[in-house]
Design a protein around this ligand. Structure first.
Ligand code: SIN
Length: 294
């Protein structure tokens, strides 16, 4: 087993699902046993339910995917009720990481406190970087002082590990340093890249919000460079997310300095990809550690 850790949390292997692409866990159970993974990251929850953005919400490109989901989710109250009535996490046999977002620092503080009271939640991922909610694709981490304030107020309230998911639109090295200074246990590099689709026939934007988040194999070289830069700049673990489509891709991110990996877009094409990556890394590591390149 290629075991790894973040803070005191030990992961049986470095492979996680990426938030958003895994829903609340209902979609992939027919394809593989969740206990084979290091962990799963659920779709971002907000204090109130959100309907998300109007369609269309997805647009494929030759090697990637644009999404404008708009953080559709049931809201934290409904989630908590559902978990109390019938908690599926107990049987999953893997770490469950809850992704949260809100409108301000207070929402992050409140949700993190509530989530940390649910025993089966192993860690939190603060989504400071969804480009599909605010006008112009603006994200919370546009200003480093917001990163610091949000992370610090969450860390005052919770003991479980806190991952901070950043946007590649902003200075990720500066933001990762602020997250570390505020007490984050890990930074997730990164959320989607700001993209756009235009319909030339209709002479209009494809998405109602004009901009969308771009992910998939096309972004891998960009994500690899960002993971390397951030891993060189901070001491906390980097969780890599960006276009992993094979075991070799996953190994490249570990060589670039990542501690954990999140796999998302390509799981839509190949749902068992996560399991294939676990198996590949097992062989590739030959029972030892994969030493990052300098
Ligand atoms: C979305 O729901 O719009 C995507 C999630 C994200 O980019 O954080």
């Amino acid at each position: 087993m290629y075991e790894t850790s973040v803070g005191s949390l030990v992961f049986k292997n470095p492979v996680l699902t990426a938030s958003g692409t895994f829903g609340m866990g209902e979609s992939f159970a027919d394809f593989y046993d969740y206990s084979l993974l290091g962990g799963v990251v659920l779709k971002t929850l907000t204090p109130q339910p959100r309907e998300g953005n109007p369609p269309p919400r997805l647009y494929e490109t030759p090697a990637g995917l644009l999404n404008s989901i708009g953080l559709e989710n049931e809201g934290f109250d409904a989630f908590e009720r559902r978990i109390k009535e019938n908690n599926p996490f107990v049987s999953w046999g893997t770490h469950v990481i809850v992704s949260i977002a809100g409108d301000d620092e207070g929402d992050f503080a409140l949700l993190s406190q509530r989530a940390s009271r649910i025993r089966e939640i192993a860690a939190l991922e603060l989504n400071l970087s969804c480009p599909n909610v605010h006008a112009g694709g603006m994200t919370f981490d546009a200003r480093s002082e917001h990163v610091y304030r949000i992370v610090a107020s969450v860390r005052e309230r919770v003991e479980i590990p806190v991952f901070v998911k950043l946007s590649p639109q902003h200075d990720m090295v500066a933001n990762a340093r602020e997250a570390e200074r505020a007490g984050a246990h890990a930074v997730t590099i990164s959320n989607t890249f700001l993209g756009m689709a235009i319909d030339s026939q209709k002479r209009s934007f494809v998405f109602a919000k004009k901009f969308a988040g771009f992910s998939g194999p096309a972004v891998k070289p960009l994500a690899l460079a960002n993971v390397y830069r951030v891993a060189q700049a901070v001491s906390i673990p980097v969780v890599a997310s960006g276009g992993i489509a094979s075991g070799e891709d996953a190994a490249e991110f570990l060589l670039a300095g990542a501690r954990l990996l999140e796999i998302g877009t390509m799981a839509f094409v190949k749902p068992r990809l996560v399991v294939e990556v676990v198996e590949f890394l097992e062989k590739y590591s030959q029972g030892g550690r994969i030493i990052p390149l300098q």
